[in-house]
Ligand binder design. Structure first.
Ligand code: ADP
Ligand code: MG
Length: 767
């Protein structure tokens, strides 16, 4: 599955959204956006607090989209013109920090005021200073600002929801705390109307009047604010990985103009500028080394810890660290075009995407609130009818409030997106770029892994190992072959060119050239018709290979590729080209087998060569002789047989097969990030990273499942207890205060569990 390509008349925008508290909020904004004119697709992510909207710019614009978000009762931050660049202090991060500070202030005030109320309520008159007749009024005075100032956002949110005839978490909190508060005020003002009872199950006002529940209202608000505050901070930490990536960006660059050096801001660098890099400095942008040499730490991009040596002509990347030498390089890609900026963009997009597993939580939290309201009202009714007259109102109220408070589905909404965010972030830090949550989720379910041979299992840098000359000398064969291959970008062509160069041969310029993908080439060299390629090409050209059969077989059996060279319709020689397996391939394939994967080698090379390599690296199943265009069909065949197929390839000529696979994994070489054609891009071409990716996927989805489990468990166990289901048996009721603590704890524990994923490490055996 490749990413959707946008048709040219569609635009996509990512807007930071403020004010969301649960999955129901996200769903409500999504509905409002989808209903707006010109909006094709809208997805709102609770964890990243972003709305991603695909729209038709001819019909609508950013302003109207923001309006739709406001209509739903939330707000959006309009991005500065020019769109997102790689910068640390974006408006969304700042908004989140401000929100955290605001929550903390309200929380502190709520704690300060709620504590004496709680003490008074719990003491039952045993604290002398709180044992006076009008203590209820003191509680009232302390609780009122907690409700109306600290808790204002819950009531505002509930009101916004109500106006849309919806109910969400805010509704539950507002109703719960509001009911406790209003009841207490009424009982304080007209005590005669409410019977006093010394037999209260819940703590309360004691013998001096009816039980008051000010402390429930105050403490619930304080605890929920505490939960929100921790949530805000933890959410910030889930995107730490991306901030670290952004932090790699150099602020300035040293530019060479007219022979003198000048320090300029990074934004001032344009392609073509010549830049100087000193030891210990960050490379500012992407480019090509002009002179000097050095070793560069590229681990931040590729996850590879060994420094890479660079010489003139080599590519360097912005954000990597120059270690030893000084060099000058020409800027090639700057700003949003650099590999680093594209990685950041991709990770951001992946973190904002939804995994299919999130749908369950979305559906549940969508219908959850109305159901909970029904349960709460039923609870109230049953207690009101069944309890003894002198306690029935307070028991009904207490249980009503507890049910509302414990049932808040915020943990449910956080379960999936927070884990996906941390998982994709950890991936990025290990050189594993995941396109979206769906890819990350599917990866751990794969049961078949198809590996391309050349460049995937092998190094992709074949060398000429053997020359069989039937006509002319070895050098003549190589020179003609190199000339004919000059127009080809195939690794075999590169190998032959290198052999010609090593032998100091003069290579003629071909006059005609035709590539036969997956087979060979056809060219005219100095008036000679040259055909180079595999057995299929020769068969087609009617050139018998009988005379060289034993030589070709020998080359293949050693894992080499035998290429026949024909000149003017006559076989002239055979060139043996061998590509060594990467040293880590064998261990990686063994690990895949241990994970229960069916590993398949898919190659255009002939059966014998493929089998020799396969035996070497431990692959038991080989599909050989497949033309590049047919590789996708082979993947499809495996899928039709019921397999869930991952395909690993070099991302360039394997693109259709990568797209066909359930998860296409492109091995990048660092230089060209084949982000577009694959679901997952490994920045370093190392098959062990495929195993790491699968393990990361497994760990992430495992975390999601734990999160969902805990979020559900809290509600499944909490709601009946809060409703008083255990009261007839054990006499237990759940105090609203405990209910709010449990509710906050469930969100915080889900977040903490997601953050644990940050400790994910590839197993030792693989590194
Ligand atoms: P792979 O699946 O291993 O990446 P390809 O599909 O690129 O291999 O190529 C399949 C086979 O076609 C090669 O093993 C080789 O025999 C032949 N071939 C492809 N391109 C060339 C070329 N430029 N010159 C000679 N032979 C070629
Ligand atoms: Mg290939």
């Amino acid at each position: 599955m490749s990413g959707t390509t946008l048709s040219p008349e569609r635009e996509r925008i990512d807007l930071p959204v403020t004010g969301m508290t649960c999955a129901a909020c996200a769903a409500r904004i999504e509905r409002s956006l989808s209903a707006a004119d010109g909006v094709e697709e809208a997805s709102v992510n609770l964890a990243t607090e972003r709305a991603t909207v695909r729209f038709d710019p001819a019909v609508t614009g950013v302003d109207r989209i923001v309006e739709a978000i406001r209509r739903a009762g939330y707000d959006a931050i309009i991005p500065p013109p020019g769109g997102a660049t790689v910068s640390g202090d974006d408006p969304a991060t700042r908004a989140r920090q401000e929100e955290y500070v605001r929550l903390r202030r309200k929380f502190q005030i709520a704690v300060l005021l709620a504590f004496p109320v709680l003490a008074s309520a719990m003491s039952h008159g045993s604290i002398p200073v709180l044992n006076f007749r009008g203590v209820g009024w003191l509680e009232f005075a302390l609780t009122t600002p907690v409700v109306f100032y600290c808790g204002a956002q819950f009531y505002r949110g509930a009101w916004a929801a109500l106006r849309h005839r919806a109910a969400d978490m805010n509704t539950l909190i507002a109703l719960g705390t509001g009911a406790a508060y209003v009841y207490s005020v009424a009982a304080l003002v007209v005590p005669s109307f409410f019977a006093s009872s010394p037999m209260m199950v819940m703590s309360g006002g004691g013998p001096m009047g009816p039980t008051l529940y000010f402390e429930a209202a105050a403490v619930i608000i304080a605890l929920i604010l505490a939960g929100r505050m921790l949530e805000a901070r933890a959410k910030g930490r889930t995107s730490e990985a991306i901030r670290r990536l952004i932090g790699l960006q150099a602020k300035t660059a040293t530019i060479v103009r007219d022979g003198s050096e000048a320090e300029v801001a990074i934004d001032a660098v344009v392609p073509g500028d010549v830049l100087v890099v000193r030891p210990g400095a960050l490379i500012p942008v992407d480019g090509t080394v002009l002179d000097g040499d050095s070793t560069i730490d590229e681990s931040m991009l590729t996850g590879e810890s060994l420094p890479v040596e660079k010489q003139p002509g080599d590519a360097v990347f912005g954000g990597t660290l120059n270690r030893t030498g000084s060099f000058r390089f020409e800027a090639k890609r700057v700003g949003r075009d650099t590999v680093l900026a594209r990685i950041v963009e991709m990770v951001e997009r992946a973190q904002g995407s939804k995994a299919p597993i999130a749908r369950l939580a979305d559906v549940v939290s969508g219908i959850f609130t109305p159901i909970v309201l029904c349960i709460a009202i039923t609870t109230f009714a049953i207690w009101f009818v069944a309890a003894p007259p002198e306690t029935r109102l307070s028991l009904a109220l207490v249980n009503f409030v507890s049910v509302l408070i414990i049932a808040c589905p915020c943990a449910l909404g956080l379960a999936t997106p927070t884990a996906i965010m941390v998982g994709t972030g950890v991936g990025a830090e290990n050189g594993i770029l995941v396109r979206n949550g769906e890819s990350l989720e599917t990866a751990h379910k794969l049961n078949t892994m198809v590996l391309d041979k050349t460049g995937t299992i092998t190094r992709g840098q074949p060398a000429v190992t053997e020359i069989v000359a039937l006509r002319g000398s070895e050098n003549e064969i190589i020179a003609v072959a190199a000339a004919a291959e000059a127009g080809s970008e195939h690794p075999i062509a590169t190998a032959i060119a290198r052999a010609a160069k090593d032998r100091g041969l003069v290579v003629a310029r071909p006059t005609g050239f035709e590539a036969l993908p997956g087979q060979g080439v056809n060219a005219t060299v100095q008036g000679m018709r040259v055909v180079i390629g595999n057995e299929a090409v020769m068969r087609e050209a009617g050139i018998p290979l009988d005379s060289v059969e034993s030589q070709m077989a020998r080359i293949s059996e050693r894992g080499g590729t035998a290429i026949a060279v024909a000149i003017d319709g006559v076989l002239a020689g055979v060139i043996g080209v061998a590509d060594e397996p990467r040293p880590e391939s064998k261990a990686a394939i063994a690990a895949m087998h241990r994970m229960g994967l069916d590993v398949v080698m898919l190659t255009g090379d002939n059966q014998r060569t493929a089998e020799a390599i396969a035996k070497d690296v431990g692959v038991s199943r080989v599909i050989a002789g497949v033309l590049p265009a047919d590789k996708a069909a082979e993947v499809k065949r495996l899928q039709d047989g019921g397999a869930l197929v991952g395909m690993v390839g070099d991302g360039i000529n394997d693109a259709p097969a990568l797209a066909q696979a359930d998860v296409g994994i492109a091995l990048g070489s660092g230089t060209d990030v084949a982000i577009e054609s694959s679901d997952i891009t490994l920045l370093k071409g190392d098959l062990r990273r495929v195993v790491t990716t699968l393990l990361l996927s497994r760990a992430t989805i495992g975390t999601v499942k734990q999160n969902l489990f805990w979020a559900f468990v809290y509600n499944v166990i909490g709601i009946p207890i809060a409703a008083g289901a255990l009261y007839p048996v054990t006499g237990w009721l759940l105090s609203p205060v405990i209910a709010s603590a449990a509710m906050s704890l469930s969100s915080v524990s889900v977040l903490a569990n997601s953050l644990r994923l940050r400790n994910f490490r590839a197993p030792q055996v693989l590194t």
